[in-house]
Design a protein around this ligand. Sequence first.
Ligand code: MIC
Ligand code: SF4
Length: 701
Amino acid sequence: MGKSLTYKILEQHLVEGNLVPGEEVGIRIDQTLTQDATGTTAFLLFESMGVPKVRNELAVSYVDHNMSMFGPENHTDHLYLQTVAPKVGAYHSRPGNGICHQVHLERFAAPGKTLLGSDSHTPTAGGAGMLAIGAGGLDVAVAMGGGPFYLTAPKVIGVELKGKLQPWVAPKDIIFRVLSILTTKGNVGCIVEYFGQGVKSLAVPDRSTVTNMGAELGVTTSIFPADAMTKKYLKAQGRQQQYKPMAADRNAEYHRIIKKMHVQKDAASIENIRKYCVGVEVGEADKDGYATVSFDRIVIDLGALEPLVAAPGSPDNIETVRQNSGKKVHQVIVGSCTNSSFHDLMVVAKVLEGKTVHPNVEFSVAPGSRQVFNMLARNGALASLIAAGAKILESACGPCIGQGQSPAEGVVSVRSFNRNFTGRSGTLDDKVYLASPETCAAAAITGEFCDPRDLSAKGMAYPKVTWPARFIVDDSLIIKPTEEAARIEVFRGPTIVTPPAADVPPTDLAGPVLIKVGDKVTTDDIMPAGSFLKHRSNVPEYAKAVFFRFNRKDQPTFAQRALAAKQAGKHGVVVAAESYGQGSSREHAALCPMYLGVKAVIAKSMERIHKANLVNFAIVPLLFVHPADYEKIEEGDELAVLGLLKAVESGEANVQVQNCTRGTMFTCSLPLTTRERKILAAGGKLNHTRLTGANGRVAGM
Ligand code: MIC
Ligand code: SF4
């Protein structure tokens, strides 16, 4: 059997373990990426590890998230990062230079290399043939110190692309189709690899839209081969010397994918699996309605795709644009790390050229990088957008992370972004649809959902965009590591508070269920961003917002309940259903609950990055062995686990949890590798790294 590209890169970077799907392996990380909202903590943790200089090939710190600058906090973080990065030997991309993923793709991504980033959309660089993975800031800090990154050797989901996209149908529609098949659940431990003749027609930024939003599938990463298109892109960036062809073997076989799915709740996705996958088998449903669904690979005919959207609430609520035709739209935003490349924004500018934004619509554009911004400014496209009435936002994450442009309650906002979790826009009752730039542009001029292909029927040809042979390359906002590092004084403002240390898990757990939440609770639900984002470098302050969306009027907040339990000497517990911790890599979703005294999370299933963050901050992840036991617990119940620490240390597979309030008992598994057990028993990853010196092993120093 030939090898997948994923396994070729993994083999070249393997430093520990066997590459057998499901087993834990350690890999060498060539490049790291941090952004300000997670990077301040990552650099503080890096400093507290006592490693004077970064030891991986390339570390880049970006500032793109916290840009609103209400109060001194954001600027304080920027100045800290701008001084600490070159001091420890990292590059630093200054505010204004663009969104980390877009800039990394333009200036640093290299085929065949590994990249670890403290942001869940790090897989964007997979569009350039890199194995690019998102992780918590502490894992990235360890990789900056030369330490390996541990992951489950993946099952590789093969996605064969055939044909060619029709005019007005976009790369975003490819990933929407994949999301309609795989959904955001049940893909932990997999990597998606694209191959086939259809790949050839997609430019690198198009591929990156697909790998970027692959993060929403909950997979470890997504990857495309590196080919003539990659060479063309790197050449346009003046980096052709970094080109290296990378592809799976011709006869590569992809893994058979097996998912447990609910025949009723997951009916739409099962239907899509039948329609778009090869070798499909659907088993009998058990008494709870779950069946085993398996398939060999996904096959998508690009020529048959049509414009799609993700309806409010979740990136996998996929519908056709046609089915929403005529629905009024009041806000349109084009930008974010998913869809703000030169081509994306040129298409939008050309659709709007000579027109005015529909009076229903407030329309904003946020170019993904200073390079794109500059090119639009110089070729006149920016002038077209301004003339059409677009609000031009800075080159940053902005509205994607609830930093402004919150829509009115209940009205439709159409965005070219990757996440539409309820409330993420900053409006609790928001109605955010995700769409391609083409669909956004059509809505901006018509004031309603309109299949962009209908614009052709109205006499508008699909805009032809040609790339200049050479993009504008200006790295003057990237500060390089310097020989003079000793002379740099790191800026440390009063709003930067060193994160609190974790403790060893309790010998016996005893405490209340502080909150019981349902399916697909995201890290945005646990730790909101928006106006709270500025407290990222101040855990005691930020912790006040834990589970903010779930707080009830005139009742004590989650933070108040948790602190009261902690002061009474009890251990806080969180109970959740499926896919707990979806979405962002923000380790604050573990760090802040830890600060509030949470010692365990019990869920039906958990997402990869969040589970790793819980372990890193010594919160014990537990899974219901019988999912039905979830129904038998209520908020406020007192739980107890005798011998929790011993069970973690001695490798026990399960623990018995006593519900002292109801007088019942249920079983939970400990979904932990031997290494994770050691981390927990040491009181978290920072303590474990200090004890073992694990950060020096790969670099051999
Ligand atoms: C996001 O898109 O949710 C973020 C903000 O980029 C996060 C990182 C963070 O919370 O700082 C992510 O995707 O990891
Ligand atoms: Fe920024 Fe949004 Fe991309 Fe996250 S998803 S990195 S907030 S643009």
